[in-house]
Write a protein that binds this ligand. Structure first.
Ligand code: NAI
Length: 388
């Protein structure tokens, strides 16, 4: 039986962007935190950042100066994994590499108490595989925060094959206490958000490659008619093609090369050219020049939006069919994790499953490509005129 008390001691491994953010949340919620990183400079950087953040929060009146000081004092920074011996929960946020993560989990299991819960913040690796390096795998699970962790409300809670129900329930309760919106996701490639969002990028690039519209027009269409905060090309440039392309390629391989997730040559070339997006000054857009003007044609704009949204809904329907998550968690994940204007199944109900199905059937017929095959669940909802 795994349980976490109010004053549970939290261990975090990895003092990068994610580990630092997770440490901030835990300390702000009154926990003692032990932050471990193999690199002393990384720990120093994280310490400076956390201090600055807590003082800023106090200045803005978001927390009291006493609580800011208390939170700073509650964090221990160390390079020794052994210092996690008293932790009740350890959240690992080191480099995204299966062999390295397995090695750290196996070392960790020998250090912590047998009742300590061990979580990984992996965004793409198999939780079950990481857990297999620990004898007592009932206490291991995935706990996927979004960047930046203190600001993004969504957390994907991912039980591995061996995770105990009490492990999962105590983490769900803790996340709610921390003010997060946890969703439960099956241990399948890319969990919920990173899987469901693939067509937002992939289908936009496909239309651009075919010459249906340019980047600026597709971005305009998605913002104007889809109410998305950012268009797909702006967003890919913002995320960086070194991250976004690599995720697409990883997901494609993880799904045994299903054409639904096929990466694109256009994005691969950007990566090869070092045009990583905003951070390098050039991606799909050139940030050193004037931004191109969209072609504001409403008919074209709606066709673009409907094609991408139909593909997104299809992905959500397939995930529901395969039990990746409940309908409400699938919808919550996209709203709280990537700021979608609506949940995708909610959107399907509004638009009508039959209309979504018609768009996909049309694309499948036009291209003869399995990429556009409608999910059996979407087909059923369309033919029986049912809601999700
Ligand atoms: P990062 O590169 O900013 O930080 C990783 C830290 O781990 C570094 O400070 C490094 O020194 C340390 N480290 C590496 N190997 C170690 C080891 N064996 N022992 C101790 N420390 C070690 O990485 P970031 O972006 O914080 O990502 C961490 C994890 O979170 C990865 O698994 C990533 O996939 C996942 N993630 C990242 C998101 C993001 O947007 N950056 C979003 C959600 C999950």
């Amino acid at each position: 039986m795994f349980n976490l008390s109010e004053n549970a001691c939290i261990g975090v491994i990895g003092a990068g962007a994610m580990g630092t953010g997770i440490t901030q949340i835990a300390a702000q919620n009154g926990h003692k935190v032990c932050l471990v990183d193999a690199s002393a400079p990384a720990l120093e950087k994280s310490q400076t950042l956390l201090k600055t953040t807590f003082y800023k929060l106090a200045e803005k009146g978001k927390i009291s100066p006493e609580n800011a000081e208390k939170a700073i004092q509650a964090i221990r920074f160390t390079t020794a994994l052994e210092d996690l011996y008293s932790a009740d929960l350890v959240i690992e946020a080191i480099v995204e590499n299966l062999a390295i993560k397995k090695e750290i989990f196996s070392r960790l299991a020998a250090i912590v108490k047998p009742e300590a819960i061990l979580a990984t913040n992996t965004s793409s690796l198999s939780v079950t595989s990481i857990a297999s390096s620990v004898k007592n795998a009932e206490r291991v699970l995935g706990l996927h925060f979004f960047n930046p962790p203190p600001l993004m409300p969504l957390v994907e809670v991912v039980p591995g094959l061996a995770s105990a129900d009490s492990t999962v329930q105590s983490i769900l309760a803790l996340m709610k206490k921390w003010g997060k919106k946890p969703v439960l996701a099956k241990d399948t490639p890319a969990f919920i958000v990173n899987r469901l969002a693939r067509p937002f990028y992939g289908e936009a690039i496909r239309m651009m490659e075919e010459g249906i519209a340019d980047c600026a027009t597709i971005d305009w269409a998605m913002k104007t008619f889809g109410q998305f905060k950012m268009g797909p090309f702006e967003l890919m440039d913002y995320i960086g093609h070194d991250v976004n392309y690599v995720v697409t390629e990883t997901v494609f391989a993880a799904f045994f090369y299903d054409p639904r997730y096929r990466p694109s040559f256009s994005q691969k070339r950007l990566l090869e050219a070092g045009r990583l997006g905003k951070k390098s000054g050039h991606g799909f857009y050139n940030y050193g020049a004037a931004m191109p003007e969209p072609q504001k044609d409403e008919v074209l704009g709606r066709i673009i939006m409907e094609r991408i949204v139909a593909m997104l809904i299809n992905e959500a329907a397939e995930a529901l069919l395969l039990g990746v998550a409940s309908a409400s968690d699938l919808d919550l994940a996209m709203k709280a994790g990537v700021n979608y204007p609506k949940g995708l199944l909610e959107w399907a109900n509004e638009w009508g499953a039959h209309n979504v199905y018609t768009v996909l059937k049309g694309l499948q017929e036009t291209y003869g490509d399995d990429r556009y095959r409608p999910s059996a669940l979407l087909r059923q909802k369309a033919l029986q005129n049912e809601r999700f």
